[in-house]
Write a protein that binds this ligand. Structure first.
Ligand code: DOR
Ligand code: ZN
Length: 345
């Protein structure tokens, strides 16, 4: 039995680091495990231009020790007013790595999101031409579509058309949760990939209703039926280069989760690698772990692989109930559970 695993330093291709005091609390957890991360732009107000992205990047770096060795990769929050020229210029300058598509009102801070993605054709054409990835929150927002069907319907109604109309555009379908998404991406051309979160590999929708309503198991896209979880697990450990690590770690203070209208988001940053490794171990796929964590994403983005390594050991440890202090406290994924692996260096 393998009890110690050393892998190339990984990247997180989808994370919410927030701002202010929350940023101060959570950034260290992501920087401890990952060399780079794609930073979600859904702040209030959202990060829609280069000046805002530069300033946010500076705040992220200022929240970390000088020797953290962590590179935030910034994203542009697309709105109906997105401008192709400005986006291309900021990409050329190295400020924006990718653009994020939130369909308007799909999730947290998406009110300024896009109402009709096809109206942004000039932006998408430009991104396609310069090789700038489009990161998609893939859910339709129509209230008449059942919340558990919103991802599958998005693929049918929107994604398939995007892939057809912009055949060379690099697209990442983010945080996939369904068998339909896993199959669509697996069969799509090489310029279409997907990120997978730890929670969608580990919980199904029963976790949200386990003996009562469990706000800390609620995120968007919402966890689906067991069959979907199994399909997403299969994709993650398949060895396909189209699937890679993106935690979607999305912290909210405990009061905002444990509320009559609790926020969507699971804070998994403190033990993200341990969480993924549990899955690869259970699936007998330790040999495919490193490609998922440290190679597939970088290759898709056309970025160099990281230097350096991280090491995980098979050792039981209990995940704390809370991260933070009395003034700012977040419940981490796996709170109170015992995990079987731990990052040691
Ligand atoms: O659960 C989620 N939380 N899903 C999202 O898409 C957004 C995120 C957040 O920002 O809290
Ligand atoms: Zn997210």
């Amino acid at each position: 039995m393998t009890d110690r695993l050393t892998i190339r330093r990984p990247d997180d291709w989808h994370v919410h680091l927030r701002d202010g005091a929350m940023l101060e609390l959570v950034a260290q957890h992501t920087a401890r495990q990952f060399a780079r991360a794609i930073i979600m732009p859904n702040l209030t107000p959202p990060v829609t231009d280069a000046a805002a992205a530069r300033a946010y990047r500076d705040r992220i770096l200022a929240a970390l020790p000088a020797d953290a060795g962590f590179t935030p990769l910034m994203t542009c929050y697309l709105t109906d007013g997105a401008d192709a020229e400005a986006i291309a210029a900021a990409h050329a300058e190295g400020v924006f790595t990718a653009c994020k598509l939130y369909p308007a009102h799909a999730t947290t801070n998406s009110a300024h999101g896009v109402t009709d993605i096809f109206a942004l054709a000039p932006v998408l054409e430009r991104m396609q031409a310069i090789g700038m990835p489009l990161l998609i929150h893939g859910e339709v927002t129509d209230k008449d579509i059942d919340i558990f069907d919103r991802e599958a319907v998005f693929i049918e109604r929107t994604l398939a058309k995007l892939v057809r109309d912009f055949p060379a555009l690099k697209i990442v379908l983010e945080h996939i949760t369904t068998a339909e998404a896993a199959q669509y991406v697996a069969e799509a051309p090489a310029n279409v990939a997907a990120t997978i979160t730890p929670q969608h590999l580990i919980i199904n929708r029963n976790a949200i209703f386990d003996g009562g309503i469990r706000p800390h198991a609620y995120c968007l896209p919402v966890a689906k039926r067991e069959g979907h979880r199994l399909a997403v697990r299969k994709a993650a450990v398949s060895g396909s280069a189209k699937f890679f690590l993106g935690t979607d770690s999305a912290p909210h203070v405990v009061e905002a989760k444990e509320s009559s209208c609790g926020c969507a988001g699971i804070f998994n940053a403190p033990f993200a690698l341990e969480s993924y490794l549990k899955v690869f171990d259970e699936e007998g796929a330790l040999d495919r772990f490193e490609a998922f964590t440290s190679e597939n994403g970088a290759r898709f983005y056309g970025l160099p692989l990281n230097e350096g390594t991280v090491t995980l050991e098979r050792v039981a440890h209990r995940v704390p109930d809370r991260v933070g202090d009395d003034t700012l406290s977040v419940v981490p994924f796996h709170a109170g559970e015992t995990l079987g692996w731990r990052m040691v260096a």
